[in-house]
Design a protein around this ligand. Structure first.
Ligand SMILES: [Zn+2]
Length: 477
């Protein structure tokens, strides 16, 4: 069964059919580097990091590009505020972006192109749009004429009138249509600018992504990702520019992440309700942040509140405790001298069920909450065995491979990678065997007081003894 993905463009779940078999090309709109990232931004980057990891897990060769918007009004304004150059602002926040992304375990993309490195390519794309009659010039500014592009609104599934409703009231009188947008902006004093056939200026935001995506992935590629708020106008405009210039499809599948809400409102810098990733990292384990961000399906809104992380922390703890217990039990069982003559309890079914449930969930449009549920089902089944009277019958190899499987699948989500507690168990196992022998000897000479004392003192340490026809075995309680 191929992976099913929900394509914003078709509004349906469709099988992922890459242009080149076995290879997937992905572009995600990266940060505009004028501030630290907040947890809402992080949701996008963590989620598409997981999409990329899962496609690799499923055997695809993935080429992943995430740009850095390093020239923009917001950067220029910040530079003015701080009395430094725009490039200094960009440099500083690129550095901080990677600090936060690394802390959250977001793997680096194959390419992180910076917009300012591709100005000549942007200029030539704009020239092409002018030649083909999709753009017009007003002095030093160039605008895209959306009424020339018949498919405008296709991604948003809205016609021009509907799209107009969300548009600012004071429209630039130079525009032929209120939804026309800037491809090139003429230079203003004190702003960064580059040479062009239309005089000095800088690119508009949308043209950056059209250029950088096709530069690395070609004029047609598989998946374009971004936050839900980018559908209109950013992605709509990217499609218009790229298709108009090349006559090709551009991105085939569009994935969009739902909002991170706080008190029912979207978290955004403009609303002033943001929580920075680096603030959260002071008090919260990165893994708990990641777990929380993956706890809702990516297309749904995710509510952020005070309890968000404590739920994730206890969920992680449940899995880690089970992993520790399984691995400790396996190591102890490996050292035992007496082996059960009766059949070992097989854990293979639990392992297979975990893998099947995980893949089924992720194949279904990257359903991470369902994938997380697979781990908790495994923990429940495993605990039932490890807490049962026959825990000593487990196969150590199967305990290890169940723990390994948990880590292998967890790696796709960037979770459950912490090493086991690794206490020295060899000595413990020998001591336990010795005590069991001493107890057997005590019983043989009818010293039941000593035999019972050994049993009850071990029980105090959390170790239960089971007397069976095959001999006496211990298990962790
Ligand atoms: Zn973009």
């Amino acid at each position: 069964m191929p992976i099913q993905v929900y394509n914003t463009l078709t509004r349906t779940k469709e099988p992922l059919q890459p242009i080149k078999p076995g290879k997937v090309s992905i572009y995600t709109c990266g940060p505009t580097v004028y501030n630290f990232i907040h947890i809402g931004n992080a949701r996008v980057f963590v989620m598409f990091d997981v999409v990329r990891r899962y496609l690799r897990f499923r055997g695809y060769r993935v080429k992943y590009v995430q740009n850095l918007t390093d020239v923009d009004d917001k950067i220029i304004n910040k530079a003015k505020e701080e009395g430094v150059s725009a490039s200094e602002v960009a440099e500083k926040y690129i550095h901080h972006y990677f600090e936060d992304a690394d802390a959250l375990g977001i793997q680096r993309a194959d390419y992180h192109p910076r917009a300012t490195d591709f100005i000549p390519e942007m200029v030539s794309l704009i020239e092409k749009l002018l030649e083909k009659g999709f753009a017009y010039r007003v002095n030093g500014d160039i605008f895209f004429e959306i009424s020339k592009f018949k498919e405008y609104g296709q991604l948003s599934h809205q016609n021009l009138e509907e799209l107009m409703e969300g548009v600012r009231i004071d429209v630039d009188p130079r525009l032929r249509h209120p939804l026309d947008f800037a491809l090139w902006k003429s230079a203003k004093p004190g702003e960064p600018s580059w040479d062009s056939p239309w005089g000095k200026g800088r690119p508009g935001w949308h043209i950056e992504c059209s250029v950088m995506s096709s530069k690395y992935l070609g004029e047609e590629f598989d998946i374009h990702c971004g936050g839900h708020d980018l559908i209109f106008p950013h992605h709509e405009n990217e499609i218009a520019q790229s298709r108009a210039a090349t006559g090709k499809e551009f991105a085939r599948v569009w994935l969009h992440n739902g909002y991170l809400n706080i008190g029912g409102q979207k978290m955004s810098k403009s609303l002033g309700n943001i929580t920075l990733v680096r603030e959260l990292l002071k008090t919260t384990e990165p893994e708990a942040i990641r777990h929380f961000l993956l706890s809702a399906h990516y297309r749904r809104p995710l509510d952020f509140n005070e309890d968000s992380f404590s739920e994730s922390e206890s969920a992680l703890k449940r899995v880690y405790t089970a992993l520790d217990k399984a691995e400790r039990q396996a190591r102890l069982l490996e050292k035992r001298t007496a082996r059960p003559a009766s059949a070992e309890i097989s854990l293979e079914d639990i392992r297979k069920k975990l893998a099947a449930e995980f893949e089924e969930a992720m194949d279904d449009d990257f359903n991470t909450p369902k994938a997380l549920a697979a781990f908790f089902n495994m923990v429940r089944d495993l605990n039932k065995i490890l807490d049962g009277a026959e825990a000593w019958k487990c196969s150590p190899d199967e305990l290890h491979s169940l723990a390994q499987e948990t880590r292998r699948l967890g790696a796709v989500l960037g979770l459950f990678q912490r090493a086991a507690s690794g206490a020295d168990t060899e000595l413990s196992a020998k001591l336990l065997d010795m005590l069991i022998t001493l107890r057997a000897e005590a019983r043989a000479r009818k010293d039941f007081a000593l035999a019972d004392a050994i049993r009850s003192r071990l029980a105090d340490l959390g170790i239960a003894l089971e007397d069976t026809p095959d001999g006496t075995f211990w298990r962790m309680k």
